[in-house]
Design a protein around this ligand. Structure first.
Ligand code: CDP
Length: 241
């Protein structure tokens, strides 16, 4: 028997999910009446809310782009989102995730008709159990759509992972801290409905063939999430009719 084979057959996720099984998902659009668009996305114990304001005049002025409008995303994990209180305010991690969220969403958004303007997306994580950037991107994507901004598609995001040698979808924090064998690899990624990847990060080690396996598996997961996002948007539209 090749070393590792036994482990693979004995592999069990801590919460008993199948390798390709997402956590329970909940999505709601229109949760913040004052915003131009808003949404909530929950994956298990991870909850993100997003609020969109704009397009509005870009301030500070030196950041204005006369050729198009800009997307500006801020990401914030609330103090009470994990059991160890998080220090409020921006930090390196939140600044990076805000930028990544912009890169994930920018390819589907057409702000060419809004020169010198900005679309602000505020993402807050109310509960965190890993996959918060993905939950934030899913919520932001729905909120932008509700705001009626010109979009080619929704963006759907999921955190893929490799635990020891097994590829799984939608890691929990417990899984992100996996200590057995090769340990954990975290691969959050985002894509459009037709499978164009707009964002992919990789924290850990993985072979090219297993990365391909992870991306292939993520397409099925993203298709499931996409249907939930679409349903939440439809429900919000029907409620307003
Ligand atoms: O949340 P995401 O997986 O996108 O990003 P991460 O930086 O890999 O963080 C993974 C998880 O670690 C978060 O979802 C939280 O559950 C936890 N975390 C924490 O407890 N305290 C922090 N300051 C940052 C993250």
């Amino acid at each position: 028997m090749v070393q590792g084979e036994k482990k693979m057959s004995e592999f069990k996720r801590p919460d008993g999910r199948k390798n390709d099984e997402l956590r329970p998902i909940e999505a709601k659009v229109g949760i913040i009446p004052n915003a131009d668009g808003s949404a909530m996305y929950r994956s298990g114990d991870t909850v993100a809310i997003a609020a969109v304001y704009g397009p509005k005049k870009m301030h500070p002025q030196h950041q204005q782009d006369p050729s198009k409008g800009k997307l500006r995303c801020t990401y914030n994990m609330l103090s009470f989102s994990v059991s160890d209180r998080i220090r409020p305010g921006l930090n390196r991690r939140s600044t990076e995730i805000g930028k990544i969220t912009e890169w994930a969403l920018d390819p589907v958004l057409d702000l060419s008709k809004f020169p010198n303007m900005v679309v602000d997306v505020h993402i807050h994580i109310t509960q965190a159990d890993a996959g918060t950037r993905c939950a934030g991107i899913n919520a932001a994507s729905m909120a932008l759509a509700q705001a009626g901004l010109p979009m080619k598609d929704l963006v759907t995001s999921v955190a893929m992972g490799k635990l020891d040698r097994t590829i799984v979808v939608d890691l929990t924090k417990e899984e992100e801290d996996w200590e057995e064998g090769e340990g954990p690899t975290d691969i959050p990624l985002s894509m459009t409905k037709d499978g164009k990847i707009t964002h992919l990060q990789l924290d850990g080690k993985i072979s090219p063939s297993q990365l391909k396996e992870a991306i292939d598996l993520s397409r099925k997961a993203c298709a499931e999430v996409y249907e939930i996002q679409k349903k939440a948007l439809k429900e919000a539209i029907e409620k307003n009719e």
